[in-house]
Design a protein around this ligand. Sequence first.
Ligand code: NAI
Ligand code: MG
Length: 364
Amino acid sequence: KTLTVGLIPADGIGREVIPAARQVLEALPSDIMPARLRFENLNAGFEYFQKHGVALPEETLVALKSECDGALFGAVSSPSHKVAGYSSPIVGLRKQMDLYANVRPVISSEASTASGKKRAIDMLIIRENTECLYIKDEKQYEDAGGKYAIAKRRISEHASQRIGDMAFSMALQRDGMRQLATAAERTWSGRPKVTIVHKSNVLSVTDGLWRETVRGVYEGNEKYRSRVDVEEQLVDSMVYRMFREPEAFDVVVAPNMYGDIISDGAAALVGSLGLVPSANVGDNFVVGEPVHGSAPDIAGKNIANPIAAIRSAAMLLERTGYDAAALAIYRAVDRVLADGTIRTPDLGGSSTTTEVVDAVCKQL
Ligand code: NAI
Ligand code: MG
């Protein structure tokens, strides 16, 4: 068997952390990674746009669709002013490949608790990624009272259903991964749990439909009902609880905008942006992507933290059915972080990107 991974480093430190992730994938011993790995280097990004006038070339899309099982995306340098003809390649990619979920694990580790207090955070945030307020249907008006603006918010049964289904099935998949881990590594005991985030006490029509639909997915499926617990949390108290007792969450599912806010807030719980991975997931494709941007302030210096990208590669493996290989990478990274001697400057160390990669590969 072969697993073909498209590599799209794009801009800035993307060009450093994506090759780093590739090296780690290549270092997986064959007894835990049964498939042969193939890589396709693909173009996209703002620099590419400046040279060629297109940020997400057609060849990249064709290669992804026809040859790849999944991909890793680095980061794009999005201009802060409007540039004619430019649109974000990652946004385009999500749309073209129908990657309707943005999935973010938030995992604490020794190195990542700013306060030094050890907390076992192991949460997976699943954000709907196609609708809500981000359909960008907004308009400004004026009347006797002055200017005002209205934004539309779309919540559909279809989108809520498929994201709900993804949340419950990922809760089961995580449970399966936990069975592979040792007891000491497990941060969650008991049944998997899905927390549905909404604000249907105020937005009873839109969030009401969201809530009912996601609940309906659970109630309509015997496998979910018998093996997963479900709870609801209003988005404001979700934020409160997440900061007070982040260890109380397993899988969290939210509409687009709440999910955006919660997931950036959750990243703060575990320290540097350089540690936080994500995956853009659809029914047939996955694109792993570190949460951070192109970090122009440190690009080209070999000091970017590659761990977010490496963990994103592990998420790709999880989604494509290589749980044991994914677990091996998570474990290797955790050991390097726990050991603490090899750390990039964002974590207070003085190691290089290369040294972190070598340390992770050595653990594998
Ligand atoms: P950023 O995430 O690139 O950087 C924020 C800060 O975190 C910087 O000080 C940077 O050095 C540091 N940092 C980020 N990743 C790191 C890593 N792996 N190791 C060590 N330090 C790291 O966000 P910023 O500065 O707001 O944006 C820079 C560019 O990136 C902009 O053009 C922005 O549009 C783009 N961006 C792209 C994203 C994406 O591709 N998904 C997401 C966020 C920003
Ligand atoms: Mg965000």
